[in-house]
Design a protein around this ligand. Structure first.
Ligand SMILES: [Fe+2]
Length: 224
């Protein structure tokens, strides 16, 4: 992705979140210059990958496959300095834009439609060989058990949520208007706990065509 595209998406995400009256923590606004002055007091943000995360998942076309995320809180899968067992993110999905089919070996997550349009979530169980199973998929949708056919989509309207446990393949598509999603989960490890069915990578290759407005969660400089 070009840096200019990442910047534009962060700027429009901030505007959208303000319209939805959703406030981010202070580090969402730290500039690259401010990051260069931060010491070890900000290690939790660096080490748990908190903050901005804009990715086209290697698709080369963010409008079709991609997502803007902001990780608000998280633990760490191996570093005991960070004892949180939970994670919270927000996700912004555009109309017609998809988050590619994937599952998590370990993470269980609730995906919550907080505001905006609808989100369609297509589901498959994973086979032992990590292919798409043809078996029915049982999920909890706001406390109500539902059994879906393989590949069937659950459509969540604002206020609705689904619990996705490990080894359930899921693919999201935004519908109607931009969607503000919440994600509440067990500890998130984007470097080791995503099994994509057909995507090329979790984090984008970046072409630097202008300076960053904000650094992505994978880009923080070491402590001063
Ligand atoms: Fe997921």
């Amino acid at each position: 992705m070009k840096r200019s595209e990442i910047n534009a998406n962060i700027v429009s995400a901030k505007k959208f979140l303000a319209q939805q009256n959703f406030r981010l923590p202070p580090f969402a606004l730290w500039t690259p210059q401010e990051w260069r002055k931060k010491g070890h007091e900000a290690d939790e943000i660096r080490d748990c990958l908190l903050g901005w995360d804009v990715s086209d998942m290697g698709s080369g076309d963010f409008s079709k496959v991609g997502l803007v995320l902001f990780t608000i809180r998280n633990g760490h899968s191996t570093d005991r300095r960070y004892p949180k067992t939970y994670c919270e993110k927000i996700l912004i999905q555009q109309v017609g834009q998809q988050t590619p089919m994937h599952f998590h070996w370990h993470k269980a997550e609730d995906i919550i439609n907080r505001a905006g349009g609808d989100i369609a979530i297509e589901l498959h169980n994973a086979t032992k060989g990590e292919a798409l199973a043809k078996t029915d998929v049982a999920v909890s949708v706001d406390g109500v058990r539902r059994v879906l056919k393989a590949g069937e989509a659950v459509v969540l309207k604002p206020g609705e949520s689904i619990c996705l446990t490990d080894h359930i393949y899921h693919r999201f598509t935004g519908r109607g208007s931009t969607v503000l999603l919440g994600e509440v989960s067990t500890v998130n490890d984007d470097k080791a706990d995503n099994r994509f069915f057909d995507a090329r990578g979790r984090f984008p290759e970046i072409v630097e065509d202008e300076p960053p407005v904000h650094l992505l969660c994978t880009e923080y400089p070491p402590a001063k």
